[in-house]
Design a protein around this ligand. Structure first.
Ligand SMILES: Nc1ncnc2c1ncn2[C@@H]1O[C@H](COP(=O)(O)OP(=O)(O)OP(=O)(O)O)[C@@H](O)[C@H]1O
Length: 979
């Protein structure tokens, strides 16, 4: 395809070089290319050109409607609130008016009151009542432009006051009573204060009445009548939305047509430019004084001196603001190649065009409207050779790494969106810089090429679409729904601003590729002209709009992608601003002068038709409620809002889950701590129990050791103390067998210690005894007194042992009690099974202590008795040494008495010699004591064993069994020996 072979050089649009303008195409080349044959080229199919002659003839100054007389203004002035600069700046506001800021509203010029334009508007009460003159516009329109006029239209036109051409200034024109109320031209309700607040003429009553509820705009300030007390006063530019009602009443004024004249490159003096052309910016007039000439009035005429800012302020600013308020808006530049369309739309760095200025205004509006939130997305497409290309898609790389073909973009229609291209990349932008960058990227991708007419000619129609989504901030229901704004809180409004730089109509080029392009360009422009012409035609033929079958007359929108895309705007759904560019002088033009003039006139006629025929009933976009429905699904703001809400919900849920988790964690942690505390407590209790058991075991061990020691002591009584205790010596080797269990107390009670008889000790048999032992057994005195001393010593030693043991036991018991108390205090609620055992243990210990104390007392008594006996014995010995029989007898008697009381009668011992008898008595007494001790020990061992058994649970019983078994041999032997 030729389209793919076309190079895409960078086209600095947003930030072009700031140097001097490129030189215009030289006349030479143009002349060489404009051959007579070219008249029959595709370009000749353009409607304007086709009707060139007749049109020029028809649009004559004489036929134009006369400018309204100043009288009208005078008569109406009294009804219009006057505005002074003082009032506008600081003075008190008139009652019922609110002050609001606007930007450069007054800069929007009023359109000239061209009859043909008025005639093109649909009938409205205003136009019908306010046109005093019934002159028909048909007389002023060339046959070629004539279209059947409907009765209604005729009526309207007949009542239109003819306007004298070249009469009056621009400001006067702007206040014409015939000026149609408009969302764009600011007529009617506005009082323009230009250049520092000079008040212009007041609007006529009819204009004011049809205005947007009486708002008065200046370049900086707008006053508005507040008709509805309940309604909040609109602020800022939003106040302009009140023009809705007027717009709905009659669809006039929503189309602005401007013509810009490009400076002629070959003419130094601007005044010399144009020759037969007269360009009056003030009068918004372009007149051609040559052959087939005429006067052409538009809403704006920009002469060669006007810069892009002026063009934007007059032709697009208000429209852009309206778009921000919710209207769809379309601005497009139309004109011959090389006449300045791209220059006007894009501009240069020092002279920014409509697109960058619109972008600046869009963001200014957003800043000025804090009560709404906005979302902007932009797309950029071109129609090249009747194919749509996405200029933002970037280079497509195929599978083989080679540049691939872009997915075919088609046009679809939707009841709410109208006609739209899909799939098309849309980029969301958040700043002017970002938006400008995106558009610059698209500009670079746009196809341009050098032609005979323009060194950098746009070879395609380029469409920048900025979709504006907005919604009220704040919660739903926080704003009152008002008749004035009909804003339902929370809904999203979607409006679109289309900025279109059309390719220029041109003659056939020499180059085949250029010819193909030119052919497509011309065809689409021809279709555009045809559609616009038929718009007029259809309206004029109101009753004949339908064909015989009753169907609506066909409008060839589908004949070209351009008209299809512009269908919504052309059919009245959008505010429209058309900027037609011309070059009056042929200098620098590639076409012959005559051809050039013809082309220029053709453009002017196109502009006139557009102004006359396009009627816009643009309405503010409805606000979609929620994300449902088509409009809702299209509104990213809604989708994002829903997504944000969902994400917030998810975040909340996550936070809640986290909180729950942390609460659970805390609870778990608490439980863990409690569990640990319980475990610690259990461990402590266990340790205490173990300690207690250990103490008990230690006590038992000590007691066993003590008892063993005692046992050994008892044995040693015969072994170690054998020297002093003969009775024990006598029974050496059978000491154990001599132990007899007996109560110490009882034995003591029965003990009647007698002093052994003198000499009995000396007669002690030595049979079976070692000499040493015999000696020892006789004691120091040889009569057994030493044995008594030893016995006393032994008993005292035993007593000391027992005291120590008692002290140890008491100490242990105290410790055990302390531990038990602490444990009991901790586990009072845990039942008293353990306490029972402990209490029993304590009771047993107490019993043991008291038992030991009783034994101690017995022993003390025994010691006392023995001591007393020894003393008596010693006294007897002293008497015996004197030789007195009394003393001997007494001593013997005492000895016998003792022995007789202790030993049974007839016992062999009694027949023993006296010394033996004494020894035998002592022995028996010792046996009794030993038996008593054994008995006591056994009892203690049994008691200890019992306590141990009761205090040691589980395997402790096994150990106790082991322990007992280890003790058993001794105890059992003791027991068996007592049998
Ligand atoms: N009003 C103007 N003032 C100064 N220079 C201008 C003006 N209008 C256009 N030019 C210059 O004329 C040349 C052609 O302008 P431009 O490319 O905008 O024409 P065009 O209508 O877009 O042509 P095409 O249809 O071929 O794309 C450019 O170099 C531009 O700088």
């Amino acid at each position: 395809m030729t389209s793919h072979t076309l190079p895409r050089p960078s086209r600095p649009s947003i930030a072009p070089p700031t140097g001097p303008l490129p030189s215009l195409p030289v006349a030479k080349s143009r002349v060489s290319n404009v051959a007579p044959a070219s008249r029959s080229s595709p370009g000749s199919l353009l409607p304007a050109r086709a009707n060139n002659t007749t049109a020029s003839r028809a649009v004559s100054s004489s036929a134009l409607p006369q400018r309204p007389s100043p009288k009208t203004h005078t008569s109406s002035a009294s009804n219009v609130p006057t505005l002074t600069t003082t009032e506008s700046s600081a003075g008190p506001l008139p009652p019922g008016k609110s002050l609001r800021k606007t930007v450069s509203i007054g800069a929007f010029p009023q359109p000239p009151k061209h009859a043909s334009r008025l005639g093109s508007h649909p009938p409205s009460p205003l136009s019908a009542s306010s046109t005093p003159n019934g002159e028909s516009v048909e007389s002023r329109i060339a046959p070629g432009f004539k279209s059947p006029v409907t009765p209604a239209r005729r009526t309207s036109l007949r009542k239109t006051t003819p306007r004298a051409s070249n009469v009056g200034g621009r400001s006067l024109l702007a206040k014409s009573p015939l000026s149609p109320p408009s969302l764009l031209n600011g007529s009617g309700e506005s009082l323009a204060v230009e250049n520092g607040g000079h008040l212009s003429l007041p609007s006529p009553p009819q204009s004011r009445n049809s205005s947007a509820q009486g708002s008065y705009a200046t370049s900086v300030t707008t006053f508005e009548d507040v008709g509805d007390d309940d309604a909040p006063a609109p602020t800022g530019m939003n106040a302009m939305a009140t023009a809705d009602n007027a717009m709905q009443k009659d669809g006039k004024g929503n189309v602005i047509v401007s013509v810009r004249v490009r400076p002629d490159a070959g003419t130094k003096d601007p005044k010399q430019e144009g020759g037969e052309w007269e360009v009056s910016g003030k009068q918004a007039l372009i007149a051609y004084r040559g052959r087939e000439g005429g006067d052409y009035y538009y809403d704006n005429v920009f002469d060669t001196q006007d810069n892009n800012a002026r063009v934007y302020d007059a032709a697009a600013k208000r429209l852009v603001r309206r778009v921000m308020e919710g209207y769809h808006g379309t601005v497009f530049a139309y004109g011959m190649t090389g006449t300045g369309k791209t220059f006007s739309m894009q501009g240069t760095a020092t002279n920014p065009g409509v697109i960058p200025l619109a972008i600046t205004d869009i963001f200014s509006y957003i800043r000025e409207t804090p009560h709404r939130e906005f979302l902007l997305r932009v797309s950029y497409l071109e129609i090249y050779n009747e194919k749509i290309h996405d200029l933002l898609a970037g280079p497509i790389i195929g599978a083989n790494g080679q540049p691939g073909a872009q997915e075919e973009i088609k046009l679809r229609e939707d009841s709410k969106r109208g006609v739209y291209a899909t799939p098309l990349k849309e980029e969301i932008v958040q700043s002017p810089t970002q938006l400008l960058r995106v558009i610059a990227r698209g500009d670079n991708a746009r196809r341009v090429a050098g032609t005979q007419f323009n060194a950098r000619s746009s070879r395609s129609h380029a469409v920048v679409q900025i979709v504006v989504e907005s919604r009220e901030r704040g919660a739903a229901g926080s704003f009152k729904d008002t008749k004035r704004t009909a804003i339902t809180p929370g809904g999203v409004r979607v409006s679109t601003l289309s900025l279109i730089d059309l390719a220029g109509s041109e003659k056939a080029a020499e180059n085949k590729e250029r010819r193909t392009e030119g052919s497509h360009i011309n065809k689409s422009l021809l279709t555009l002209g045809t559609v616009i012409a038929r718009l007029s035609s259809d309206k004029d033929k109101a009753s004949a709009d339908k064909d015989k079958s009753g169907k609506e007359k066909h409008l060839p929108y589908r004949d070209s992608k351009l008209t299809r895309l512009l269908q919504g705007a052309l059919s009245g759904g959008s505010l429209v601003s058309i900027l037609c560019t011309i070059q009056t002088g042929a200098s620098g033009s590639s076409a012959a002068t005559s051809t050039h003039i013809g082309e220029t006139l053709s453009t002017l006629k196109f502009a006139s038709r557009a102004k006359n025929n396009i009627v816009s009933h643009a309405k503010k976009a409805e606000e979609s409620q929620g994300a449902g429905g088509d409009a809702g699904s299209r509104a990213l703001l809604d989708r994002y809002r829903v997504e944000i809400q969902e994400l917030r919900k998810q975040l909340d849920e996550q936070n809640k889950a986290k909180e729950t988790q942390s609460t659970n964690g805390e609870q778990q942690e608490k439980e863990d701590v409690e569990e640990k505390a319980r475990e610690l407590e259990d461990r402590q209790r266990h340790e205490e129990q173990m300690l207690e058991m250990q103490l008990a075991r230690t006590a038992l061990k000590e007691r066993i050791e003590h008892l063993n020691r005692l046992i050994l002591s008892s044995k040693s009584l015969g072994v170690n103390n054998g020297r002093s205790f003969s009775s024990m010596s006598l029974q050496r080797g059978s000491t154990v067998s001599e132990f007899r269990p007996m109560s110490v107390r009882s034995s003591a009670s029965h003990a009647t210690l007698e002093v052994p008889k003198r000499g009995s000790q000396t007669t002690l048999p030595t049979t079976g005894l070692d000499g040493d032992e015999d000696d020892d057994s006789l004691g120091d005195n040889g009569d057994g007194t030493a044995s008594q001393g030893a016995q006393i010593q032994s008993l005292q030693s035993d007593l000391a042992d027992k005291n120590r043991y008692i002290a140890t036991l008491e100490k242990r018991l105290l410790q055990a009690r302390r531990t038990s108390h602490s444990r009991v205090s901790m586990s009072l609620s845990r039942g008293g099974s353990e306490d029972g055992g402990l209490t029993a243990t304590i009771a047993e210990k107490d019993a043991e202590i008291s038992s030991l104390r009783a034994q101690l007392e017995d022993k003390e008594r025994m010691i006392a008795a023995l001591t007393s006996a020894r003393r008596k014995n010693e006294a007897a010995q002293e008497l015996g040494s004197d030789g007195s029989p009394a003393s001997r007898r007494t001593s013997q008697q005492r000895s016998e008495g003792i022995n007789g009381s202790m030993l049974p009668k007839g016992s062999p011992v009694t027949s023993s010699p006296r010394t033996f008898s004494l020894s035998s008595n002592s022995e028996r007494r010792m046996d009794d004591v030993t038996r008593m001790l054994d008995e006591m020990i056994l009892k203690q061992v049994d008691s200890a064993e019992r306590i141990r058994r009761s205090s040691l649970p589980g395997n402790a019983s096994a150990s106790s069994g082991t322990r007992r078994s280890s003790l058993r041999p001794v105890n059992e032997s003791l027991v068996s020996e007592t049998m």
